[in-house]
Write a protein that binds this ligand. Sequence first.
Ligand code: SF4
Ligand code: MG
Length: 326
Amino acid sequence: LAPVLQVENLHAGFGQAGRAQMAIEGVTFQVRKGRVFGLVGESGCGKSTTCRSIIRLFGGSPFVIEQGQILFDGMDLAAMDDRQLTQVRGRKISMIFQDPMTALNPTMRVGDQVGEIVRRNHTGLSSAQVREKVVGLLREVGITSAERRFHAWPHELSGGLRQRVLIAMALSCAPELLIADEPTTALDVTIQAQVLRLLHELRERVGMSVLLVTHDLGVVAQHCDDMAVMYAGKIVESGSVADIFANPRHPYTRALLNALPANVDPHHKLEPIAGEPPAAGHFPAGCRFHPRCKFAIERCHIESPESENVSSAHACACHRKEESLW
Ligand code: SF4
Ligand code: MG
């Protein structure tokens, strides 16, 4: 399957050009057409920065792409200016976030907000046509009594319904790629599952590709085709979900899997990963995971491991990736 998005060796961070602090370094991955790609890692590993850098959505913070390419639809988004990016943002690529309340305007009825986006994406529609389209979109994302919800205020809806409204807005342009940054983290478990099922269904029904950010490997196992694990601004392991779950090669991936309750056999102790991931500006030398890695050797303190293939579609950045450590 052809990639819809190809991120190549991306180095980016915050600050003034020339002396920006790199938050992500050498990030490379691709999202295939019609597939769900999961980007996982603990919080603060650079997942959100990676996503936002694709459409450069940083709410005004000075953000610098120092190196790399973001290939989408025959264009390099990394080389575009803000005006050019507006043609892509919310048209070909849509994004939804963790907190659906802050993303909605509290002073505007739900139907009018979705309608505003519909108008922007489809010029020349009459009010009746816009309304019809809005109701259709609300239905498409599984909102029952869509006509009634059309007149609701955001605060009258549950968190799950608000996230559905945002997905409806994101879909109004029929995006080729939907970026979902922890879309269900703020929701309770049952609603989480419903929203994720909806994303899954939509990618089958409308053929869109999804870049799904999550800290939950269980979500990846259930909903993603391909995945990458991020740690301290770098991708440490990537490949198909099946390959990585069957044969994790990076100690960090292995540790995340060990911390996953369902994955642990009853005789095995659940092992959370000790310590905290380092923040940008405090990345250790050598392998950035070495202070927390129980397999670290001398070389790991000094030399940063390159990402290399362990099989045709599975890559890992660890000096000991070929050894049987577990
Ligand atoms: Fe651990 Fe060394 Fe591999 Fe880093 S390179 S993950 S420290 S074994
Ligand atoms: Mg985040």
